[in-house]
Design a binder for this molecule. Sequence first.
Ligand SMILES: [Cu+2]
Length: 184
Amino acid sequence: MKYLFRVPTVLALLLTALTAQAHDIEISDAWIRAAPPNAPALGAFMQIENSTDADRYVVTARTSLDVDRVELHRTMMQDGIMQMVPHDKIPLTAGTRTMLKPGSWHVMLIGPKTVPTEGETVTLTLVFDDGSEQTIDALVRKGKKMKHGMQGHGSKHDCKPMHDQAQVTGHERQQNCGHGTKAN
Ligand SMILES: [Cu+2]
């Protein structure tokens, strides 16, 4: 009898393990910010859910787009100014959702030979610290509108050194400033 009772338990444990593995790391809402044709770099953003009980990391990324290189960046306040800092990896804290978004963590596609237009999709591959990879499609679109109430909080100070936006139009830069401010 004892043996019979154990079988379902083992099966249940196995199923749980398999299910957990299938949903280890989940990437959703991947997008790339639409940019002018001469943009020197493109920001790629997404949400990454780490439903495991261990901290994980994105260690590198690739893209189907023809670019000079792909870097992992974080926009942050340094020496009193907002700037983009390259990182070796993006931490995915156990049991949490990490937001890659303007003004925060992002994947930077540097030196695109051709800048994709709005509505196109670009394939991104993220490589994790355990060597596993996930490939997703990122939609090229405009940045999300600022949330209500945030507009008044921006300042010129926040806008000055917004990384790759240095060479884009004034209008685009204005938009980006809002996002940087929001995220911090
Ligand atoms: Cu960047």
